[in-house]
Design a protein around this ligand. Structure first.
Ligand code: TYD
Ligand code: MG
Length: 429
């Protein structure tokens, strides 16, 4: 609980403001004049795609993510490209000194050094600077460290963050300054801050990944100017964030052929993405046994385990179960169920599903053990074929239930045995 002082009502807005308002004239939506805005491309393809084709002038974009994930790196690189393309940009750093930002920019290449920067945390100074400079695009890194001296709360408190974002928004709309707000989110996803801003800003992007891993995903949680299904995949390198344009290729080559590995044909927004789902089933000494899910929803895993036990003949009640999506990617769709189930079944039997090429799968599991269709089946199949995965298990005429799908395990060879497993009886493309 933090105490908030009520801001004094601005003069002239109290009692007399109750006089009759001016009536407005409604117009039909068809008559509304909506000029076509040209988006500002950041030159980072994955970033632009998640934004819906680039930054909309005058819009407010919140980029949330855990500390160290690469928010400053991404926004600096975006400004560098915009500056190189002749746009006026400004980097407002409240967290790091200009010298620290310079050190980062040096790693990003020579054009990043062309980005103008101010380092300050006083909101009034920042607003005055924006008013004077009028950049096309600015980055505020981070919204939690700016503070309004007129308010009592500490920087980062709800009242401060709300005020900072509110005033930045008014200026952004008035002057057409596209503003990228950087916000920290803790592992638990909260901290006073980004969450209270979500309704205020035009776009909320979430930058995710594990700091120890190199893959990062950027997804839109809210986007007034585009789809919220888009996901950008990046990799953190020595010289900055690198876009992973062909993420599927990457994940498929890395996929192992060991028991417990299945390639999932997922859809990430408008794009199919192949990721490797890995499962490990080990005897447990604790009650209740462990259920660890990385990159997939825990509740989904619980459901898959229950359906496997009831309708697939795999009771894993006395085993620790670990499921993880390789590469640190997170998959949030019911279409992952079948791949998780197959990976678990294969792990628990110690059978590799295929030896030459990984097996691909997608489909939702119903509670009665049936396989349910998921959207974009044709595109998922096409993506798997593109990478040479011929065996694809998915809902269809020949695989209507989980039990039928699990038959692929029987056509496979025991672990360590020679290659040559038969064709999947459940294949139904
Ligand atoms: P940073 O952008 O500072 O993260 P955030 O602003 O989200 O807190 O960068 C995070 C990490 O990335 C940092 O630990 C160093 C690493 N990094 C690289 O590996 N390569 C690079 O080129 C840069 C700039 C950073
Ligand atoms: Mg930072």
């Amino acid at each position: 609980m933090t105490e908030e002082k009520r801001a004094g009502a601005p003069a002239g807005r109290s009692a007399p403001a109750r006089s009759a308002g001016r009536a407005l004239t409604p117009v039909t939506l068809g008559e509304v004049h909506a000029p076509k805005v040209e988006r500002l491309r950041t030159g980072i393809g994955e970033f632009d795609r998640v934004l819906g084709g680039g930054v909309v002038p005058g819009s407010l974009v919140l980029i949330g993510g855990a500390p160290g994930i690469g928010k400053s790196t991404l926004t600096t690189a975006a400004l560098a490209n915009l500056a190189a393309a002749g746009r006026k940009v400004l980097y407002i750093s409240g967290e790091e000194s200009a010298a620290q930002v310079k050190l980062r920019a040096e790693r990003l290449g020579p054009h990043a050094l062309g980005v103008p920067i101010v380092a300050d945390t006083d909101l009034d100074a920042v607003l005055a600077t924006l008013e004077a400079e009028r950049p096309d695009v600015c980055v505020v890194d981070s919204v939690q460290v700016l503070y309004d001296p007129a308010l009592t709360g500490a920087p980062g408190s709800v009242s401060q963050v709300r005020e900072v974002a509110g005033r930045l928004m008014r200026l952004a709309k008035e002057r057409g300054i596209a503003t990228l707000l950087v916000g920290h989110v803790t592992k638990e996803g909260s901290l006073a801050g980004p969450r209270v801003l979500e309704h205020l800003v035009d776009c909320v992007l979430s930058f995710e990944g594990e700091r120890e891993r190199t893959y990062r995903t950027l997804r839109a949680l809210k986007n007034r100017f585009g789809s919220t299904n888009e996901v950008g995949v990046f990799e953190m390198h020595e010289e900055g964030l690198v876009e992973v344009e062909d993420a599927s290729a990457r994940f498929v080559t890395e996929a192992t052929r060991a028991p417990g590995s299945v390639v999932l044909c997922a859809m990430e927004g408008s794009r199919p993405l192949l990721v490797e789902v890995q499962a490990l089933v080990a005897p447990s000494e604790i009650v209740p046994p462990r259920r660890v899910a990385n990159g997939v929803d825990r509740n989904r895993l619980a459901l898959v385990l229950a359906v496997l036990a009831r309708h697939g003949g795999f009771s894993l009640g006395s085993a620790d179960v670990f499921v993880s999506v390789a590469g640190g990617v997170r998959v949030d769709e019911p279409g992952a169920d079948l791949a998780i189930a197959l990976a678990l079944a294969s792990a628990s039997k110690g059978i590799s599903i295929d030896v030459d090429k990984p097996l691909a799968a997608f489909g939702e599991l119903g509670l009665t053990g049936e396989l349910r269709h998921v959207a974009h089946a044709d595109r998922r199949v096409a993506e798997a074929r593109k990478f040479g995965l011929e065996r694809i298990v998915h809902p269809g005429q020949r695989a209507g239930t989980l039990r039928q799908a699990l038959a692929v395990l029987n056509g496979s060879t025991e672990k360590g045995a020679a290659a040559g497993g038969g064709t999947a009886s459940a294949q139904a493309a």
